[in-house]
Write a protein that binds this ligand. Structure first.
Ligand code: PLP
Length: 395
């Protein structure tokens, strides 16, 4: 009896690296105890949400006797949340004159990406994305009958290779998708790079009746180090959208609140927004969570204590440097993506696991020869991992 589709069979037996490492980690922790394992496999923010979240929840709990306290709402979200978010995004997105009608609330960035894809992709379309990349994009494109084509970034710096991206564009390319600050590399694309990318897309759009959209996936926007800034694509390219999330900056990943905002310069954007509102409904999300939106309204502009991530980044860089690894110093987000000292990074990740240090092989992000470390763990874990990194390096 075939209980699931062939595609799902393939997914279930495929190389889900993060899940494999996660399961291996559980085994190791059972055998040696939690303290003995340095687990850098998951990008699950460990910091508690800012105090305003608890206060808001307490206030909300006093309002539950009102009718519709947690009732259905318009599919794009509470109007006052859309308005407040639009005002917040005007500042955050380099002054783009965003209004409430340009924003919809979604079930996290993941929900937002799927809502957008549902609205613009037809089977056979292609989403183009630089690699390494967040592998869920593959599944999200496939959800809508499309495929993801990846183009390698430049070696070592993980900068966009815009000439290579242009060469990869075909008449079926419908979306170019970037993620900055990047998971897994920590790179942030400069304004000059984004201007160049926008000029390339404008050139490629000439004569098309379906524009190529530029989608910027920005769940790590708040986490830029050493004074780095994250430029906005919205004022640079009219067919651009930004997808954001409160999973990381407010440590709310389980509450599923994110948003999609379209460029105020996009001609006829009301149609695209209406499509995404409809998609939010028919994909079964209906609306982003009521509680999450109430939390967001209260906490907009606040964030977790990012100095903790800054200290961890320094500690991890110190550990890796002393142990002899070569790596790009992340400019944002909470990941390192060092080079594997041996070509087969899966074998190297196993060597690390034997030292009870858990990492994810680069091929899980479309770039073998590297491995990813998520530093959303206590600084003590980072410091404790040094001996394991050194031993694995020594072979
Ligand atoms: N995009 C990237 C690059 C991510 O790393 C993640 C989560 O780790 C997401 C999207 C999904 O975020 P959300 O929890 O907001 O759905």
């Amino acid at each position: 009896m075939q209980l699931v589709t062939e595609q799902m069979e393939r997914y279930l037996s495929g190389g889900a690296w993060i899940r494999k490492i996660f399961e291996q980690g559980l085994e190791l922790k059972k055998k040696y105890g939690e303290e003995a394992v340095c687990d850098f496999s998951l990008g699950n923010p460990d910091l508690p949400p800012p105090p305003v979240i608890g206060e808001c929840l307490a206030d909300l709990s006093c309002r539950m006797d009102k009718p519709f306290a947690l009732g259905y709402m318009p599919n794009p979200g509470y109007p006052e949340v859309r308005a407040a978010l639009a005002e917040h995004l005007r500042k955050e997105q380099d002054g783009a004159p965003i209004t409430a009608g340009d924003v919809i609330l979604t079930c996290g960035a993941a929900g937002g990406i799927n809502v957008f894809f549902r609205t613009v992709l037809t089977p056979g379309d292609v989403v183009l994305c630089p690699s390494p990349y967040f592998v869920e994009y593959d599944f999200y494109a496939a959800n809508h009958g499309a495929t993801l084509t990846t183009v390698p970034t430049k070696p070592d710096t993980f900068e966009l290779d815009i000439a290579a991206m242009e060469a990869a564009i075909t008449p079926r390319t419908r979306v170019v998708m970037i993620n900055s600050p990047n998971n897994p590399t920590g790179q942030i694309y400069s304004k000059e790079t984004l201007i160049e990318l926008s000029a390339m897309l404008t050139r490629q759009n000439a004569g098309r009746d379906r524009p190529i959209y530029l989608l910027a996936d920005e769940p790590y926007r708040f986490l830029a180090y050493d004074g780095a800034t994250v430029p906005s694509v919205l004022p640079l390219y009219p067919y651009s959208l930004v997808i954001g999330s409160f999973s990381k900056n407010l440590s709310l990943p389980g509450e599923r609140v994110g948003f999609v905002v379209v460029s105020p310069d996009m001609p006829g954007r009301e149609k695209l927004v209406a499509g995404m509102v409809f998609a939010n409904r028919i994909m079964g999300f209906v609306n982003a969570p009521a509680v999450g939106q109430a939390l967001l309204l209260r906490a907009l502009g606040q964030e977790v204590d990012r100095t903790i991530y800054e200290r961890r980044r320094k500690a991890m860089a110190g550990v890796l440097t002393r142990a002899g690894y070569s790596f790009f110093m992340p400019r944002g987000a909470f990941y390192f993506f060092p080079k594997s000292p041996i070509p087969d990074e899966v074998a190297f990740v196993e060597r690390l696991a034997a030292e009870r240090v858990l990492a994810v092989p680069g091929r899980g992000f479309g770039l073998p020869g590297h491995f990813r470390l998520a530093f959303c763990v206590d600084e003590a874990v980072i410091n404790r991992s040094e001996a394991g990194f050194a031993k694995a390096m020594a072979g």
